[in-house]
Design a protein around this ligand. Structure first.
Ligand SMILES: *Cc1c(COP(=O)(O)O)cnc(C)c1O
Length: 354
């Protein structure tokens, strides 16, 4: 009888929260639909696609549109089927079996998952109790353990905290033999991107995504930005037609609408400020129940005992959030969704009191 190998025997498919909820604040997506003008343009593009032909393997037009957005050179940009795919490609490209990779926990779970699949050696560092990165400790561990690849999200999912550029420069410079991967999935909500400095480091890869600030999670578009030798390696290792023609065309078109994208970004930031203000009010009103971390993302991270119980309580009331890495994670939503969340949350504190 055929036996699954040890590596995959106990794996379960990624299990996002499913079912019908009146409020979905669990996946850090944008709550905004594409603006009607852009949607119309996307519909028109549909008829220009050669559906019988393979897509452009270099996704040239898309990478050029992304590069123009952020003022980087297009040859440094590699497109992926979501940044998730690029994480897999990274592990494939830059680690050999048994090589060490480091993460700083809690962080995005796909890093450890990919390391496992590629039979790399995981060096998991724990974040300090305040959830900040300790750059000196991180540097020392990477040096002592001979870490080939260090990957973390900045701002961090799930802590929402951002590590300042100054610290990142120090870290990347101190580890010339380690590939440092900064997953900047949420950097459109902060201002500490290393993108403007990517050409200065030959051991730096920056990941970005269209799934969060740009509201295109359905298209699956992510980007890696790095010096040319690294970018060429990624292009050589990735599957040739990884980004489909529809996503390439629509993604490029949306990225050219900078004004609308920046307006959407502002709307999301305003929603997150609203949500945070409401959470802060409750933190004062119900002292000792939770701490709101001072993040720079489109979600709020709450440190509290027994987040699982809160998750269940909200689920029964049709509100989906995440509890991950010991933190309750709430994506900001429409004003109405934020209101419902805050009302139900208040009900939870009051229920607990009786
Ligand atoms: C959401 C998220 C991603 C995945 O982005 P996709 O481009 O949709 O695959 C990557 N990294 C982090 C930290 C995320 O939170």
């Amino acid at each position: 009888m055929y036996q699954l190998n040890e590596k995959i025997r106990d794996l379960k498919p990624y299990d996002p929260i499913q079912g019908s909820y009146r409020v979905r604040l669990d996946a850090n997506e944008s709550f905004l639909p594409l603006p009607p003008a852009i949607l119309e343009e996307a519909q028109a593009l549909l008829s220009t696609i050669d559906f019988n032909r393979y897509p452009d393997p270099a996704a040239g037009e898309l990478c050029a549109a992304f590069a123009a957005c952020y003022g980087v050179s297009p040859e440094l940009v590699v497109a992926g089927n979501g940044s998730d795919e690029l994480i897999t490609v990274l592990f494939e490209a830059f680690l050999q079996k048994g090589d060490a990779f480091a993460t700083v926990e809690p962080d995005f779970s796909m890093y450890a998952f990919n390391g496992h699949l590629h039979e790399a050696r995981h060096v998991p560092l724990q974040k300090d109790p305040d959830f900040r990165l300790d750059i000196d400790k991180l540097t020392e561990t990477c040096q002592n353990e001979g870490v080939k690849l260090l990957i973390f999200s900045n701002p961090c999912n799930p802590t929402s905290l951002v590590c300042p550029r100054e610290d990142l420069r120090r870290l990347i410079s101190a580890l010339p033999d380690t590939l440092v991967v900064l997953d900047e999935a949420y950097m459109d909500f902060s201002d500490q991107s290393m993108l403007p400095e990517v050409e200065r480091y030959d051991n730096l890869i920056i990941l970005r995504t269209c799934s969060k600030a740009f509201g295109m999670a359905a298209l699956r578009l992510g980007f890696a930005v790095c010096q040319k030798p690294l970018a060429d390696a990624l292009r050589a290792v990735k599957s040739p037609y990884n980004v489909n023609s529809l996503s390439q065309a629509v993604g490029a078109a949306v990225l050219r609408h900078q004004e609308e994208l920046q307006a959407a970004r502002k709307t999301i930031l305003a929603s997150c400020r609203e949500l945070r203000a409401g959470l802060e009010r409750q933190a004062r009103q119900y002292p000792g129940r939770f701490t709101l971390l001072p993040g720079e993302t489109n979600f709020a991270a709450l440190s509290m005992p027994d987040g699982e119980a809160l998750l269940r309580f909200l689920r029964e009331r049709g509100v989906a959030i995440r509890y991950t890495g010991g933190l309750v994670r709430i994506t900001c939503g429409t004003p109405e969704e934020n209101r419902i969340l805050l009302t139900e949350l208040e009900a939870y504190w009051n229920r607990e009191r009786t």
